[in-house]
Design a protein around this ligand. Sequence first.
Ligand code: NAD
Length: 423
Amino acid sequence: MAKIQEKVSHREKPSAYESLITRFEEAADIINLDQRFRDIIRVAERVVNVNLPVKLDDGTTRVFEGFRVVHSTVMGPSKGGIRYAPFVDLDEVKALAGWMTFKCALVGLPYGGAKGGITLNPKVRSMDELERITRAYTRSLKDVFGEDSDIPAPDMGTSYREMAWIFHEYSRIYGYTPGVVTGKPLHLGGSKGRVPATGWGVMLSALLAIEKLGWKKEECTCAIQGFGNVGSWAAKLLSDEGLTIVAISDHTGGYHNENGIDVRDAIEYVKNNGTLKGYKNATQITNDELLALKVDVLSPSAIENVITEANAHTIQAPLIVEGANGPVSADADSILDEKGILIVPDILANAGGVTVSYFEWVQNRRGHYYSEQEIQDKTRPILTEAFERVYETHKQYKCSMRIAAYIVAIKRLSTGIDLEGNF
Ligand code: NAD
């Protein structure tokens, strides 16, 4: 029997956590951040490592390793998704948790940051196995999760299905608690507009940046890496706004058509075939070739560290909008800056997901539900104001949009820590 690839290392890539710390220190230096705040903000409050023995469909037992990192609860209960992927490790989860802290502080949500993950390959696990693993993970973290303490959500490899299991397992222990997790199915207290929310935020960020650059959106070409929740929604919504999506990709490779990809057709193809593999209405290219295309807008919306020191010099797009978390490593920042590329950073560009998650939590706690239009009307000003604040800060300190976003977040966090007093 072929060996199942349950765990793969991507440690040859730069450390995502080091990338986070490098940017944090750069921003902290610019604003002369007091050492007390640096010491508190740069480390996670709590790191939990669990080992979950789970019975597989063939009757054998396998132990799955999982993590939950609560980076900060200064601004409120910690918030952050759960990732199922073969390459999940502690370094990655720590970085993702820290980014959640900065993201929530940046957009002004009453949340801190956390992230979780289980090292597994969801593609080779049956639905029953995934359910048992998710329930075991929930039970082992029952004292960490809570609607006023730590609220998970979907991330790569998880969806509303896993969130429903978490909600149900947690509620079995503590009673009905829909606010303990967001990204739930609509039937179980999910919010309208949550599924497209992150891609919608990527679209909005791209349009705001295009406006700042004085371009016409109808004349812009765009390449998007990743065709999952974030990438496919960003592609669809940007194409609805009149941009020409010339390339898309997933883990099977890239697909290029300079006359424009019919995004709805590609979404339908993935619905029927599982992946883009074999997609006919485009020329196959590699993911690296997609990143290097001469387009106006590039949106890496798959995984972290796809643009590093090794390939940053090949990037031709003058505007990058980061749908994924951490797609550009810190060592690539200066190369891209020198090329004059404007980057709308992850903690700003993909904040639409957590913003709508916040409204899901509010609705659960009030027992009153909003229409999709109401959700959009509440989300748009939050993301637009965050974008404008980052843009102003980038001009004020003559730094990149990324460092400006960290500055805005760090100022809010350090004010919060200061107001808490001398503990
Ligand atoms: P997903 O699992 O729905 O989709 C991931 C996509 O990336 C798939 O199309 C997959 O084939 C592709 N992919 C995986 N490895 C790849 C590789 N090596 N090269 C190219 N493509 C590859 O995940 P998602 O929810 O869309 O998340 C994507 C990114 O966005 C992650 O970094 C995630 O942390 C971030 N993010 C997601 C949300 C959300 O609400 N889902 C919110 C904020 C940030």
